[in-house]
Ligand binder design. Structure first.
Ligand SMILES: CC(C)(COP(=O)(O)OP(=O)(O)OC[C@H]1O[C@@H](n2cnc3c(N)ncnc32)[C@H](O)[C@@H]1OP(=O)(O)O)[C@@H](O)C(=O)NCCC(=O)NCCS
Length: 421
């Protein structure tokens, strides 16, 4: 079966997570992704939080599947020549170095576009956008969660800002970049020209915090945020979108409710998220044995429930002492109530459905001595199968790629002697 990006060649000058997540996804879609790494070192994550002494870490292997790796010092004369040849032969270059690093290396966008390959798409992730007051700053995941509005709006009103366990700064920026690259590829079909595609981590986070900017405007316009628990608790909202704890952000009130294991202390993840969807109110009342609330004007509208949501959730929670989260989910689903279990990482790792769907996959690695778990594409296609291949060893494909560029064995030996590989 063919792949969507068959024949597309990508120079992958990425490291850590944001860039690698993007190029791995393009590799899943069939692109030939050639990861360019510093000789002797490689992507810094190869050595981060190692679980096996001296072997590539899970950080590296889980973000660099479906790629080839070459070592190349792009600051040496040979390295520059090879990178030029790569650029002339490629469709896309992806990088997430610190601001200005590509220019310092001698490969500015202007040079790449005007002198080397006008069809090439150059895609970059930076912490802040070009033209932003902080454009020169280096940024990692949690810094971006702070700069993009996620941290200030996550957590409880009486606690500090919180960062999410999901990589809203890194992988999310990589996914935004992936979308931009695919759009630029399509535009190239029409114009024949490549373009620069840029994603700022701050903006990728902000894009996911859109609903919180909605709330900022509602707050300024009306002074109210009815789905937040503040009114019921008598806590002032302040003048900026507050942290809402587990309140539902989308417009349907919701809360995290303890189930059996959390009640008796045997399972810290035994919780469900329970939603008071307005148009499911009648069914909710029946399910929770409060049929009188269907017609009671103190309860039967969103406005009436506004100042007693937490009390309603506490009542529902009191019904869950003898059911685990999966039983509660089924119990709620029988009445079409949107409700779901808090899945632990252990449960997800072994979840039979995710294994069957090939979303969680086991990959054999030639140097780690066994298989590791990784996540395949969450996007499924009817006309393309996704095969997950193991992450490459450092420089595993250097000779192969250089030969494809026309270098002979003798050339490669000479260049290696010059410490460019
Ligand atoms: C992630 C980040 C903070 C890491 O910073 P860092 O470890 O100091 O790494 P840098 O990106 O500054 O790169 C280090 C140097 O290695 C050089 N280098 C990397 N690969 C090289 C290669 N193959 N050959 C020669 N030099 C290379 C770079 O050119 C750079 O040199 P310079 O400082 O002279 O320009 C920074 O890259 C960054 O802010 N990136 C943009 C945002 C981002 O993606 N954040 C992380 C998301 S996971």
């Amino acid at each position: 079966m063919t792949k969507a990006l068959d024949g597309i060649k990508i120079i992958d000058m990425t490291h850590v997570q944001a860039g690698p997540a993007c190029t791995q996804m393009l590799g899943f879609f069939g692109a030939d992704v050639i990861k360019v790494e510093l000789p002797g070192a490689g992507d810094v994550t190869r050595g981060w939080l190692r679980d096996i002494e001296g072997k590539d870490s899970l950080y590296f292997t889980m973000f660099n599947g479906n790629k080839r790796s070459i070592t190349l010092n792009t600051k040496t004369p040979d390295g520059k020549e090879i990178l030029e040849k790569l650029i002339k032969s490629a469709d896309i270059l992806v990088e997430n170095f610190a601001p200005g690093a590509m220019d310092r290396m001698g490969f500015s966008w202007e040079r790449i576009h005007n002198e080397l390959n006008p069809r090439l798409i150059m895609a970059s992730v930076k912490g802040y956008a070009e033209g932003h007051a902080n454009e020169s700053y280096k940024v990692f995941e949690n810094v971006a969660q702070c700069s993009g509005g996620a941290a200030a709006t996550t957590g409880f009103w009486d606690g500090p800002p919180l960062v999410s366990g999901a990589a809203l700064g890194d992988s999310n920026s990589g996914m935004h970049l992936c979308i931009g690259i695919l759009a630029a590829l399509q535009q190239r079909h029409n114009t024949g020209k490549g373009q620069k595609v840029a994603v700022a981590m701050q903006e990728a986070v902000l894009n996911l915090a859109r609903i919180k900017l909605r709330d900022q405007q509602r707050l300024e316009l009306t002074g109210r945020l009815d789905e937040y628990p503040h009114g019921e608790l008598g806590i002032p909202l302040g003048d900026s979108t507050p942290r809402g704890g587990n309140a539902g952000g989308g417009g349907q009130p919701g809360w995290m409710l303890k189930c059996k294991g959390a009640w008796d202390g045997s399972d810290p993840d035994d919780y469900v998220y329970f939603t008071l969807q307005a148009n499911a109110w009648d069914k909710i009342c029946t399910r929770i044995n409060k049929p009188e609330w269907v017609t009671d004007p103190e309860y039967n509208t969103f406005e009436a429930r506004r100042d007693k949501q937490l009390k309603i959730f506490a009542y529902v929670e009191s019904l869950l002492k003898n059911m685990d989260k999966h039983e509660v989910t089924k119990w709620a689903a029988e009445y079409d109530i949107p409700c779901g279990p808090v899945m632990s990482m252990k449960e997800l790792a072994y979840d039979p459905s995710l294994r069957k769907l090939k979303t969680i996959v086991e990959v054999e690695h030639k140097d780690r001595g066994g298989k590791y778990l990784t996540i395949s594409s969450p996007i499924k296609f009817s006309g393309m199968d996704i095969d997950v291949r193991p992450a490459p060893l450092l420089g595993e494909h250097t000779d192969e790629v250089l030969k494809e560029l026309g270098y002979s064995d003798a050339d490669i030996t000479r260049i290696r002697g010059n410490k460019a590989l």
